[in-house]
Design a protein around this ligand. Structure first.
Ligand code: GLU
Length: 333
């Protein structure tokens, strides 16, 4: 696998879970809608495992997620278990590709090392701007004259710390000749992000030397030929960062579709630790997969059926809502 892998854009949709917890109804709804949308558009369905942190994966978690997706009847054309032309399909096996991409971004003079701890960033942040990734980086380690760093494996250790690498957002936007990231989401509509003031210099390589989610996910989407990325609306700010990375790398940008999230009865977003709605627990309670699929379909404005062919035929992106949906009480055997 080389950087050529980044140049193929075929037709695929994907579901890309991080195996750090059990799949819950919110994850299952995203998986179902991503699968149906790809199928309805005649795209291949890819399952990619986002395990950038293999040590953070609890024993049996990945197998549990496979079991849940199998149970729902979501069969993938390409996935870690059967492989495929764009494999490997686990991010932990794709680090060489991410390193190439980081070197390419560095050659543009857009990266700089950052030795700040989370706490130092918090203390140095006077303005109350916070993004989904925490406070907008105050720029403590940002050089005044951006230039390529060269060998990214030989960066100095300071105060006993290895550096993370950040993307210089201002320099990146200047390179593109744009002041804002602008794209149209297939569900959430037109989006605008002032990269510098609202998202800032984000991390592209973590302190442990591994590419960040933003780099791995965006490059994988392109190298796996994903022309459609359907995922939860909590990832919209990430899409702005990923859009920027792909534009800098002059790679094709997928169409993005962000659905509202599933909220629990208290109006709170479902969390992985919210065991009550883990698919495995529903299964243990005797709830059938067809009940779950029909329930999730109805929750998404589709017919209340578990027949995936019927749901594929009925699927319309335009009927999906960017607003959050609330669980109902009637999920029973
Ligand atoms: N791996 C991410 C998660 O489980 C999702 C990434 C994506 O769909 O882009 O939250």
């Amino acid at each position: 696998m080389g950087s050529d892998a980044l140049l193929t854009l075929g037709g695929a949709g994907r579901f890309a879970p991080t195996p750090t917890g059990h799949l819950h109804l919110g994850n299952a709804r995203t998986a179902l809608l991503a699968w149906l949308s790809a199928r309805q558009l005649g795209l291949r369905n890819i399952l990619r495992v986002e395990d950038l942190d293999p040590r953070a994966i609890p024993d049996g978690c990945l197998e549990g997620q496979y079991r849940d997706l199998d149970w729902l009847g979501l069969v993938y054309d390409e996935c870690p278990r059967i492989g495929g032309p764009a494999g490997p399909y686990r991010q932990s096996e794709r680090f060489a590709l991410y390193d190439e991409v980081l070197a390419q971004l560095d050659s543009m003079g857009l990266l700089y090392p950052c030795w700040c701890s989370r706490r130092e960033i918090q203390l140095a942040t006077r303005a109350p701007h916070a993004s989904d990734e925490g406070p907008v980086y105050p720029g403590t380690c940002r050089p005044s004259h951006p230039q390529p760093l060269g060998d990214l494996n030989q960066l100095p250790v300071k105060r006993d710390r290895r550096p993370a690498l950040r993307l210089n957002a201002r320099a990146a936007m200047e390179r593109l000749g744009q002041s804002e990231v602008v794209f149209t989401d297939l569900i959430a509509g037109p989006q605008r992000y002032d990269m510098v003031s609202s998202l800032g210099d984000f991390v592209v390589r973590r302190v442990d030397g591994v590419a960040s989610y933003q780099v791995a996910c965006s490059c994988d989407d392109v190298s796996m030929g994903c022309s459609l990325v359907l995922r939860g609306a909590d990832l919209l700010p990430s899409t702005a960062r990923q859009w920027l990375l792909l534009r800098l790398l002059e790679l094709p940008i997928p169409r993005y579709a962000h659905t509202g999230l599933v909220m629990n009865h208290d109006g709170q977003r479902l969390a992985k630790r919210d065991g009550a709605i883990a698919l495995g627990q529903l299964r243990d309670r005797g709830v059938s997969a067809s009940t779950v699929v029909a329930y999730l379909a109805e929750l998404s404005g589709l017919p209340a059926t578990s027949n995936l062919d019927d749901l594929t035929n009925a699927f319309k992106m335009s009927t999906l809502s960017a607003g959050d949906v609330c669980l109902r009480d009637d999920l029973d055997t």
